[in-house]
Every structure is written in C-alpha cells, then in structure tokens.
Design a protein. Structure first.
Length: 242
C-alpha cells in the first residue's frame, strides 16, 4: 500500500522525480526509462537517482519492470498528474495574468508547484477557466490525453502544407531557449502556419507563422505537435478576462 495518498505530501525532490519520469517516459517511443536516463535529465548522479527511486518503489509510486526499466504505478501516475496539474495552473497564472514569458513561468512554476494547497488549487482552477492543458498545450492528466488528438510532428510536415500549432511537448518545455524562440514568433497553440521549405540534408524547416518566417532544426521541430490544416478553436484554452 502506498504511503502517500496525496502528492502534496511528497517532498519537493520526490515530486521532481515523479514529474521527470512522467516527462521522459512520454518522450520515449517504447516507454522504457532507467534511473540513468532520469539522472541525466535532472543533472544528478545515477546513484542519487537510484536511491530516490528505491524510496519511490517502496512507497508504491514506481515499479521496476524487466531489467532496470522504471514505470509509474497507477498511484504514481495519479501523483505525477496531480503535480503537473498544479504546475500547469501556476504557469497559466504567471503567463496569462502576471505576464511572464514561457521560459520564466516554467522556472517559477517548478518552485511554486509544491506550495499549492488543495484550496488554492481549486480557486486557481476556477479563476483560470478550468484549463485541461498547460499553456503549451500538453494535457493536464492521462484522462484528458486520452480524449484529445495526438497530433503529428512538425518535422514530418511536408513543404507546401498548412497546419495549426497544437502543443509544445513536455520534452521541448525543458529547453528554455526553444520556448523563448517559439513565444517570440507567436508559434503557440492555435497558431496557423504554412510550411515553406523542409530539408533533411540541411536539417531544417522554414515556415510562415503569425509573425513572419521562422526556421527550426528538424530535431526541435520533432518536439512540436501540429494538426493538419485549420484546427478546431475549441481545442485551445484561453483564460477568461476578469
């Protein structure tokens, strides 16, 4: 039986590891994740990561699969989703209300997410219009992800096609420079784009967006999901004016 029924009871470090496992597992095609991968992701030693995961396994939040593979248990997934939900609510508050940029708000949300009480979380959710994604378009929990389209990689869209920016994946959220670049060019969820050129040999893609031309390497473009053509505006959350 897990010792922690509420993710807010977890230490800041434990929350960070659960969120990292959620992000890295979502970025891996086969979903196979090891302590060494999480260590690289967080910039810690493999020994430190292994020790934390031993505690999380003992708490019933993480399970060891075959070999060294790590997976979130059902309780661990629920805890990670709850952590991400608080993180997303803080990001919405900081971007839509306070006016911080994407990269700044992500850093600040990491600091504040563990201090959000259930009462404040409920109030923020109501005030922000009950968002079901973070400002970058990523589903707030597994249930939401199951009912939303997956989208396609921007890097797979051919020249001449039109699309709508759908979400900036959680893996891409780790790159502050990429977030700043996309925000500065208004390449945010709901933005219409036209692919002008795509070159595998040059490892680049050029598109026309709301603020003119933008060029991305194919690797960062692979971390962005789009929907073909003009997407349903209902897929994109906006914070109600007060």
């Amino acid at each position: 039986m897990p010792r922690h029924s509420d993710s807010s009871d977890l230490s800041a470090a434990a929350q960070e590891y659960l969120l990292a496992l959620r992000v890295v597992a979502g970025a891996e095609e086969a979903g196979r994740v090891t302590a060494a991968q999480i260590a690289r992701h967080l910039g810690v030693t493999t020994q430190a990561a292994s020790e934390m995961f031993r505690r999380l396994v003992a708490d019933g939040l993480v399970v060891h699969a075959e070999g060294r593979d790590l997976h979130l248990s059902a309780a661990g997934r629920a805890a990670a989703d709850a952590i991400f939900r608080r993180h997303a609510l803080v990001e919405w508050l900081l971007t839509a209300v306070v006016g911080l940029g994407w990269a700044e708000s992500d850093d600040e949300a990491m600091r504040l997410q563990g201090a959000i009480s259930p009462r404040l979380e409920a109030r923020l959710d109501e005030m922000l219009g009950h968002p079901d994604t973070c400002p970058h378009g990523n589903p707030i929990d597994a249930e939401t992800a199951g009912r939303r389209p997956a989208g396609v990689r921007l890097s797979d869209v051919e020249a001449g096609q039109r699309a709508t920016v759908y979400r900036i994946t959680e893996e891409a959220e780790e790159d502050a420079a990429l977030l700043s670049y996309l925000e500065a060019r208004a390449l945010t969820p709901g933005a219409p784009i036209h692919i002008l050129a795509r070159s595998g040999s040059l490892d680049s893609l050029t598109l026309e967006g709301p603020r003119g031309r933008a060029t991305l390497g194919l690797r960062p473009a692979a971390l962005i999901r789009v929907l073909p053509g003009e997407a349903d505006p209902g897929l994109f959350h906006t914070v109600p004016r007060r």
